[in-house]
Design a protein around this ligand. Structure first.
Ligand code: NAI
Ligand SMILES: O=C(O)C1=N[C@H](C(=O)O)C[C@H](O)C1
Length: 247
């Protein structure tokens, strides 16, 4: 049995993870921690799962590494500086594994992969992410990661990150934000869960790659896979891709 502690246990994702862990025959839910709770019961877990808030996650991870508890992290807000900090903590505790993934949905991982694959074949590319209005951050972690992958694929092909754009914006934000040079637009709308379109365009044709998470159940197979695998991967793993056989 793998003992699992959930940080952010009363949140939208944390509560769903608690249910998924309870339903898994090889996992035992040993701690449910939310804001203001004593975190120490999670020290007896083999793996903690963090779905909290970008402002809380680094403190939780420092605590997990210091207590030699492996961690699976879905919370967003990771940039190169945060990942470097995390690598530093892990260097002091080399047996500990931490996996950080901006999106645990298998179809979302495929969407990012397909977008990067397609990106060098088009003049223009823009990303639109659409989420529920309770989301803490913008743009989404998934959109940031997609933009980075798209920009890297285009750079390898000798292309600029963004396509041509003659527009002069009278209002700031009208053309979205640039992530690694790629325009990214964020929509917050009641009724939505988590969605993204990667729009690609060239001479006389466009390609739209769209992913929809219609229910938070979509993230659970990826989260549980990471929980089962993280102990075998000491150090930092970024993204679910290394755990999947994507050819
Ligand atoms: N990687 C992925 O596949 C996914 C990532 N997310 C990300 O997960 C995070 C959480 O999303 P939601 O569950 O929708 O948010 P939420 O707001 O519903 O839940 C967050 C929970 O964390 C708790 N919390 C805050 N600080 C805490 C702390 N220091 N210790 C313990 N608990 C704490 C809050 O009280 C709340 O209950 C966000 O960053 C979101 O973008 C969300 C869905 C999928
Ligand atoms: O906050 C959410 O809901 C989600 N957050 C992640 C992100 O920012 O990419 C993953 C998914 O989009 C849902």
């Amino acid at each position: 049995m793998i003992g699992v502690g959930v940080l952010g246990a009363r949140g939208r994702m944390g509560a769903t993870v608690c249910d998924a862990v309870r339903a898994a025959p090889d996992l035992e839910l040993v701690a449910e921690v939310d804001a203001g709770d004593d975190r120490s019961p999670a020290a007896k877990a083999d793996v903690v799962v963090d779905f909290t808030h970008p402002d809380a996650v680094m403190d939780n991870l420092r605590w997990a590494v210091e207590n030699r508890v492996h961690a699976v992290v879905g919370t967003t807000g990771f940039d190169d500086a945060r990942l470097a900090t995390l690598r530093g903590w892990l260097a002091a505790e080399p047996s500990v594994g931490v996996l950080v993934a901006p999106n645990f949905g298998i179809a979302a991982v495929l969407m990012m992969m397909f977008a990067a694959r397609a990106a060098p074949y088009f003049e223009s590319v823009e990303i639109v992410e659409l989420h529920h209005p309770g989301k803490a951050d913008a743009p989404s972690g998934t959109a940031r990661r997609t933009a980075e992958l798209v920009a890297a694929a285009r750079a390898s092909a000798g292309l600029p990150a963004a396509g041509p754009d003659a527009t002069t914006s009278a209002l700031g934000g009208a053309r979205g934000a640039r992530v690694s040079g790629v325009p990214v637009h964020a929509v917050r709308l009641g009724g939505l869960v988590a969605h993204q379109e990667v729009l690609l365009g060239g001479a006389g044709e466009t390609l739209t790659i769209r992913h929809d998470s219609l229910d938070r159940a979509s993230f659970m197979p990826g989260v549980l896979l990471a929980v089962r695998e993280v102990a075998a991967r000491p150090g930092l793993t970024v993204g679910l891709e290394p755990l999947l056989d994507l050819g």
